[in-house]
Design a protein around this ligand. Structure first.
Ligand code: ATP
Ligand code: MG
Length: 420
């Protein structure tokens, strides 16, 4: 127990962390290019926020939340997603008073008590984008273009965009009635989860991943047939904009997404290469969310990408991540004087942006040279009493094996010149 992380959590380190940082850097660059500012909201919120924001009938609220009483007897919940907290913040700070739209992104951990499997953890991380203050299809298209750009810049090629429209609450009501009638006639053949979903919110049934339920779902009425003129027009415009941007997509009338807040556009980016948990990104429009969380009705759209799933896709595509070691110079030592001098030069170099490393574990000279190779040092020196006394040392090019005599006192300037 003591030396094992809790089930469904993962330590992030080494080569995996390097790849993570590369991905996160690209996310931040894209947000900078698209004019999307970072927001950091608390890891826990009042439980009520998620009951209202995520929705009482969702799997998240029904069975996945980490909810507990704090020492002040308040019910708080570790955030299972980022959208509700961001909306709460948007309302709390009166951000709707600024010229709209507002564009936010977040990167951080989310918590869901789930059955763990590949691509499904209890603590996982999302990169999410939220845009507020517009009912225009432009907002939907823009949000989708951010997610698409991310996959493009990461060089991911087996991920497909699927989109659908759930219409507005009026269309949804008509559709719900039709769905209820259909599912009601088949419910005895469906799983227990679907039976309880059917009671609370028939739409949820479409989200079921069980095969026997999938077979029934395949014959269900299609939401796109129930869109009113305005919702249809909205969806058509989103698609026309995607065409104009050159973003390929497939219309998938079975996508409903796992959260209650969606209206009109919903979309997913799905990979075929990482098994059952293939959805790397999910999003859409949620015009009722801000009002549901206590604000004024506000058009908004967004998405969230699962970072771990994204890394699974990258690994499946590009092979195992490798720890890259890159150092400019290794400054080895024989004896106390070299050790002390080396520490000083190393610090000066690091301060100036040269990636230097010196002996910090007392290795033998032979072991130091081996280590210099291992960490990918471009150059190395070994400082002994003689070298320091005569102000002369051999600077070795690790790639070619060539050695050039240099002054110890000029080592810093020489390395600066090489780096420039
Ligand atoms: P799923 O259908 O896979 O359960 P979801 O609809 O619950 O996904 P969202 O709430 O829309 O997912 O979250 C967006 C993204 O976050 C998902 O597409 C996925 O990449 C990632 N994600 C969701 N839950 C997990 C989890 N338990 N572990 C790892 N990643 C997750
Ligand atoms: Mg889920």
């Amino acid at each position: 127990m003591l030396t094992e992380a809790p089930k469904g959590t993962k330590d992030i380190y080494g080569a995996y962390m390097d790849e993570w940082q590369r991905v996160e850097k690209i996310m931040r660059e894209i947000c900078d290019d698209f004019g999307i500012g970072e927001i950091r909201t608390p890891i826990f919120e009042h439980t009520e926020l998620f009951l209202r924001g995520v929705g009482e009938t969702t799997d998240i609220v029904q069975k996945e939340m980490y909810t507990f009483k704090d020492k002040g007897d308040r019910s708080v919940t570790l955030r299972p997603e980022g959208t509700a907290g961001a909306a709460r913040s948007y309302i709390e700070h009166g951000i709707y008073n600024n010229p709209q739209p507002t564009r936010y992104f977040y990167i951080g951990p989310m918590f869901r008590y789930e059955n763990t499997q590949k691509g499904r953890q209890r603590q996982f991380h999302q990169f999410g984008v939220e845009m507020y203050g517009s009912y225009s299809p432009s907002l939907d298209a823009e949000v989708i273009s951010v997610a698409y750009e991310l996959l493009k810049r990461l060089g991911i090629n087996d991920v497909m965009l699927r989109i659908n429209s759930l219409g507005c609450p009026q269309c949804r009501k008509k559709y719900n009635d039709a769905l209820k009638a259909y599912i009601g006639g088949n419910i005895d053949k469906m799983c227990d989860d679907c039976r309880s979903r059917f009671e609370k919110n028939p739409l949820r049934v479409l989200d079921c991943k069980e095969e026997r339920c999938q077979n029934i779902i395949a014959g269900a009425p299609v939401v796109l047939d129930y869109l009113d003129d305005e919702c249809r027009e909205h969806f058509e415009t989103v698609k026309a904009m995607l065409d104009e941007m050159g973003i390929p997509y497939e219309v998938d009338d079975k996508i409903v997404r796992g959260l209650d807040y969606y209206t009109r556009t919903v979309f997913e980016f799905v990979s075929n290469g990482i098994g059952a948990q293939g959805t790397v990104c999910g999003g859409g429009r949620y015009d009722n969310l801000v009002a549901e969380c206590g604000g004024q009705p506000t058009g908004c759209a967004g998405f969230a990408v699962g970072i771990e799933r994204l890394l699974l896709v990258l690994e499946a595509q590009n092979g195992a991540f490798e720890k890259k070691q890159e150092k400019d110079i290794y400054i080895g030592a024989i004896g106390q004087a070299g050790l002390v001098k080396g520490q000083g030069i190393t610090y000066r170099m690091r301060s100036a942006g040269i990636k230097a490393e010196c002996d910090s574990v007392g290795r033998s000279v032979k072991a130091q040279m081996k280590y210099a190779n291992k960490i990918g040092a471009a150059y190395s020196v070994i400082l002994g009493d003689n070298e320091i006394e005569q102000d002369s040392v051999k600077l070795k090019n690790m790639a070619t094996g060539e050695e050039e005599p240099v002054k110890v006192s000029e080592l810093f300037d020489i390395m600066m010149a090489k780096k420039a």
